[in-house]
Write a protein that binds this ligand. Structure first.
Ligand SMILES: Nc1nc2c(ncn2[C@@H]2O[C@H](COP(=O)(O)OP(=O)(O)OP(=O)(O)O)[C@@H](O)[C@H]2O)c(=O)[nH]1
Ligand SMILES: [Mg+2]
Length: 344
């Protein structure tokens, strides 16, 4: 049985009596309405997975179930395999951890279920080995988020693959948002890679409040008008209230190309005019298609700078996240009120 594989391939389980099996999670239409789109899709993902697990396990056991109706078979299977417990565990993990990408996170958890099953040759959903953000000595890692911004084709994704030690000169343009996660002894670091094409720049604002530090990538070998556009977008980014004052690393990329302006792509005094007094900042010339110590040095500087101010930045991130959530809740309440007012 492939639990995780089934997630993507699962047919619509519309007949599955969800509320019957999971009375504590009985979703009426009204409560589903209240769920955010994401959490609704997470619930569907778990739901589909359980459904497929049920289907794939049911087939070889058909003989012993054959005297039962289909509904009775489902109930028997779910009772025997503690499916409600699996659902509860997954849902609790998602609610407690609030992962940035719930789908990827759930796939990881479900993979753990599958591995646990392979090891013991028996399916036991109560034995999930959760991914832990603690190191071996149980020290809690501090969560730290860095946002990477810059125009399309600047080399953001290439630089991030180079940082991960896998130079990838054939990166395709990023559509929307792609997170990269890694850990040090002290930090659990998430780097957001956001698409820089004009039609994606509008989503950047939805990530600013989460960031402890900012990376901005400029193609230092591009033509004059692209550099001017990049500096204009950098100006707008730095003036956003959720960005101002946060440590900033500007990467003047593509230094390997002839005519690259390197650090000079950012004119002298340009950042100092824009940044709030005391904002830590640095401009580093980098290359994403060859090994580059300057790139590592720049990112190490940013992480160390964020690390020195971690408490203060974390408080700010937490406050800003709370503010964003309150604003979203307020807008949702307004939309619901408007819908109710329109209802006959
Ligand atoms: N010569 C050279 N090419 C680079 C360098 N970094 C990136 N590139 C190339 O630039 C192109 C765009 O790189 P990406 O990393 O996809 O750019 P991006 O900023 O992520 O673009 P979007 O995802 O569209 O925002 C690719 O063809 C890369 O191979 C570099 O340092 N030198
Ligand atoms: Mg990209």
């Amino acid at each position: 049985m492939s639990v995780t594989g089934a997630v993507l391939l699962s047919p619509s389980p519309s007949f599955f009596p969800f509320t019957f099996f999971f009375p504590r999670f009985a979703f009426s239409h009204r409560s589903v309405e209240r769920l955010t789109y994401t959490s609704f899709r997470v619930v569907k993902l778990i739901h589909n997975n359980i459904y497929c697990t049920y289907r794939s396990l049911l087939t070889p056991r058909q003989a012993s179930f054959s005297a039962m109706s289909e509904d009775e078979q489902r109930v028997a299977y779910c009772k025997e395999h503690n499916i409600h417990h699996l659902f509860e565990l997954l849902a609790t993990k998602v609610l407690v951890e609030r992962p940035k990408n719930p789908f990827e996170y759930l796939r990881g958890l479900l993979q753990s279920v599958e591995e646990s099953e392979q090891k013991k040759n028996t399916y036991d959903p109560t034995q999930i080995q959760f991914q832990s953000t603690k190191t071996a000595d149980k020290k809690e890692l501090k969560k730290l988020t860095i946002g990477t911004f810059g125009l399309d084709n600047a080399g953001k994704s290439t630089l991030l693959t180079a940082l991960a030690g896998e130079i990838e000169p054939q990166c395709t343009p990023t559509v929307g948002f792609s997170p990269t996660q890694f850990q040090t002894d002290e930090y659990d670091i998430c780097i957001f890679d956001l698409g820089g094409a004009a039609n994606f720049r509008g989503i950047w604002v939805h990530y600013f409040h989460d960031c402890h530090g900012i990376i901005y990538v400029v193609d230092s070998a591009s033509e004059e008008k692209t550099v001017a556009e990049s500096l204009k977008v950098l100006t707008d980014t730095l003036q956003h209230p959720y960005v101002g004052g946060k440590p900033l690393l500007v990467l003047a990329n593509k230094k390997d190309l002839p005519g690259a302006r390197k650090e000079a792509v950012v004119p002298d005094g340009f950042l100092e005019q824009l940044l709030l007094p005391g904002t830590p900042h640095r401009v580093v010339a980098t290359c994403g298609v060859k090994e580059d110590l300057a790139l590592e040095g720049g990112v190490e500087w940013l992480l160390a700078t964020v690390g020195e101010r971690f408490e203060q930045l974390s408080k700010r991130v937490a406050d800003d996240c709370k503010r964003v959530k309150e604003e979203k809740d307020r807008q949702r309440a307004e939309r619901l009120a408007a819908l109710r007012a329109e209802a006959p």
